[in-house]
Design a protein around this ligand. Structure first.
Ligand code: G1P
Length: 300
C-alpha cells in the first residue's frame, strides 16, 4: 500500500475549460475570471485553498488563460497610480491577489478531460497527497470543507472526496458515490463511483462536489485510465479504481458536506451565486437585500 501521510501543502486547480456556456463573455476572457460580485470566481477558490493551509497552488491552464496569471501577479503600474492617489483601500484590494499564494502554471495542451488535467500536475505534485479544487464550485468560507478533508486524509491515508446529498433528479450532473457509514457522522467509506449516472443507475444521491484530497497513487491509475463518459479521461473513473482496490493507493473516504455551496457552472447557477453572495456581504448586503425585496414584490 502506498498510503502516504505527509502534511498536505499543494493544491491543483484545473482551469483549462473553454467556458462555452458563457459565450460571448468567454470569447477572450477565461470563465474563471468572471466576477462573482466584485472578485473573479477563481480568487475565491485560491483563497479557500490558502485558508486550508495549501499555499502552493498549481493551475492547469490552456490557451487564452493569460489573464489568470496576470491576476495573481503584481500590477506595478496600477499599484503606483493608487499609491500616488493615496487610495490605500483599493491598493490593498489590488495587492491581495498577488500576495495570496505561491502560484505555478502548467498547460494542459489537449483538453482530454478532468482526469487528464489532474495528470498534468504529476511532475509538480511529486510523491505527496495533494488537493484538487474545481472552479465551478464555491464553498462558503464560514463552512470549512477542505480543512476537514485534509484532516480525514491525515487520519486514514488514501484519498478523500467531498460529497453532498442532491435531489436524485439532478444526480446525472455529477459523479455519484456508493458509500457506507463510518463512526463519524460526516465521513463515509466509498465503495463505488460512477460518473454522471442516470437517476435509475445511480447508487445513491451522494454527488461529488469539486473538492478532492488525493493520494499520489492516483497518477499511476490515471495513466492507465481509458476515456470514459464523453470520451474524456475521468477523474471519477480513476477514483473508482482506487476505491475498488485499496492496495493501489489506500482507501477512498468521503466527507459529506452540509454547508453552503455556490455553483457557478452555468448561467442560472452563476446568477444565483452572485445574488446569494451579494445578499450576504456586510458592505453591499443591506442595500441590495432591500432593493431585491422590493424588486421581487413589484416584478414577480
Ligand atoms: C466534474 C466531475 C464530476 C463532479 C463535478 C462537480 O464534472 O467530473 O464527477 O461531480 O465536476 O462539480 P463537470 O461538472 O466538470 O462536468
Amino acid at each position: 500500500m502506498t498510503t502516504s501521510r505527509t502534511r498536505i501543502s499543494k493544491a491543483v486547480i484545473p482551469a483549462a475549460g473553454l467556458g462555452t456556456r458563457f459565450l460571448p463573455a468567454t470569447k477572450a476572457t477565461p470563465k474563471e475570471m468572471l466576477p462573482v460580485v466584485d472578485k473573479p470566481a477563481i480568487q475565491y477558490v485560491v483563497e479557500e485553498a490558502v485558508t486550508a493551509g495549501l499555499s502552493d497552488v498549481l493551475m492547469v491552464t490552456g490557451r487564452n488563460k493569460r489573464p489568470l496569471e496576470d491576476h495573481f501577479d503584481r500590477n506595478y503600474e496600477l499599484e503606483q497610480v493608487l499609491r500616488d492617489k493615496g487610495d490605500g483601500t483599493k491598493l490593498a484590494r489590488v495587492e491581495e491577489s498577488s500576495d495570496l499564494a505561491t502560484m505555478h502554471y502548467v498547460r494542459q495542451g489537449d483538453p482530454r478531460g478532468l482526469g487528464h488535467a489532474v495528470l498534468c500536475a504529476a511532475p509538480h505534485v511529486g510523491d505527496q497527497p495533494f488537493a484538487v479544487l474545481l472552479g465551478d464550485d464555491l464553498i462558503d468560507p464560514r463552512d470549512p470543507l477542505l480543512a476537514r478533508m485534509t484532516q480525514i486524509q491525515e487520519q486514514h491515508g488514501g484519498s478523500v472526496i467531498a460529497l453532498m446529498e442532491v435531489d436524485p433528479a439532478s444526480i446525472h450532473l455529477y459523479g455519484c458515490a456508493a458509500a457506507a457509514p463510518t463512526g463519524e457522522d460526516d465521513v463515509v467509506k466509498v465503495s463505488d463511483l460512477m460518473e454522471k449516472p442516470s437517476a435509475d443507475e445511480a447508487p445513491s444521491n451522494l454527488a461529488i462536489i469539486g473538492r478532492y484530497v488525493l493520494d499520489p497513487a492516483v497518477f499511476e491509475v490515471l495513466r492507465k485510465t481509458q476515456p470514459g463518459r464523453g470520451g474524456e479521461i475521468q477523474l471519477t473513473d480513476a477514483l473508482q479504481a482506487l476505491a475498488s482496490d485499496p492496495s493501489l493507493g489506500g482507501p477512498v473516504h468521503g466527507v459529506v458536506f452540509r454547508g453552503r455551496r455556490y455553483d457557478t457552472g452555468d448561467r442560472g447557477d452563476y446568477l444565483r451565486a452572485i445574488v446569494r453572495l451579494a445578499c450576504e456581504r456586510e458592505d453591499l448586503g443591506p442595500d441590495f437585500r432591500d432593493w431585491l425585496r422590493s424588486y421581487v414584490s413589484e416584478e414577480m
